[in-house]
Design a protein around this ligand. Structure first.
Ligand code: MN
Length: 261
């Protein structure tokens, strides 16, 4: 199985290489990622200027990598259509620094990269890890979940296009409650704008603030991650029949089995 990996935190992000390392156990991995942090890039694509892609010295042997002056979507397009000789079977995006849940998936570059794989006809996953302390993100746990999901896609020979948004709570593996197939929760970050002065000009910084812990229904990704559960949300952009729920349930069952959940 050939796996294309991207992210939105950029080519130097620890989570990207943790994902690449884990998925190398399942298939032949190639990495194409933005040359800088593009969190919040969503589904954006570069259509009005050229894009450069430079070979990147991969820390993993046998893994070819490119750093792109473009968005996660640009990376997946270049990866799938131009930079490599043979087609990819799976696209994986992440591991993002922080959960991508609720309405915020619409601005997530992690999800945006995976969306481009889905649009190009392959099973695709966005993988994110929640955190409380930015210095202690549990990339390993998220990487293991991604690895088991990829293993299940491979062993079940799943080829139907799907977009799976995977979020892992900030907990020890031993304290993970379960793995749920979820819907998006009705929660989004709140924006705040900080204003500052630099020299004679004014600048603005749009900051994201977590909304208060309002009640959210069980069965949603927000509820799952808050309650110590791994969340897999099939994002069905066209509102039906893009991927069968029985396939997603089978994949989820395999991952639960691998973790004894
Ligand atoms: Mn990010």
């Amino acid at each position: 199985m050939r796996i294309l990996i991207t992210n939105d935190d950029g080519i130097y992000s620890e989570g990207l290489w943790k994902l690449a390392e884990a998925l190398s156990e399942i298939g032949q991995v190639s990495v194409v990622a933005p040359d800088r942090n593009l969190s919040g890039a969503g589904t954006a694509m570069t259509l009005i200027s050229i894009i450069r892609a430079d070979k990147f010295a991969s820390p993993l042997s046998g893994v070819e990598a490119y750093a792109v002056q473009g968005t996660p979507s640009d990376c997946v397009v270049l990866g799938m259509k131009t930079l490599f000789n043979s087609p990819f079977d799976v696209v994986a995006s992440g591991i993002n620094q922080g959960a991508n849940i609720g309405m915020d998936v619409l601005i997530s570059g992690t999800v945006g990269g995976a969306l481009r794989g889905y649009f190009n006809g392959v099973p695709s996953m966005a993988v994110s890890s929640a955190y409380r302390d930015k210095q202690e993100i549990r990339y390993e746990l998220a990487a293991e979940v991604a690895r088991e999901l990829a293993r299940s896609l491979r062993d079940r020979n799943v080829t139907e296009p799907m977009l799976l948004n995977v979020n892992v709570p900030d907990q020890e593996r031993a304290s993970i409650e379960c793995l749920d197939v979820t819907n998006l929760g009705p929660v989004a970050y709140i924006e705040e704008v900080e204003t500052g002065q630099d020299g004679i000009r004014t600048h603005y910084w749009v900051r994201h603030r977590r909304p208060a812990d309002i009640d959210v229904p069980s069965g949603t990704d927000v509820w799952a991650v808050r309650n110590g559960r791994i969340s897999i949300t099939p994002l069905d952009i066209l509102g039906g029949n893009q991927c069968s729920s029985s396939t997603v349930e089978a994949l989820a069952r395999d991952v639960r089995g691998a973790f004894n959940l």
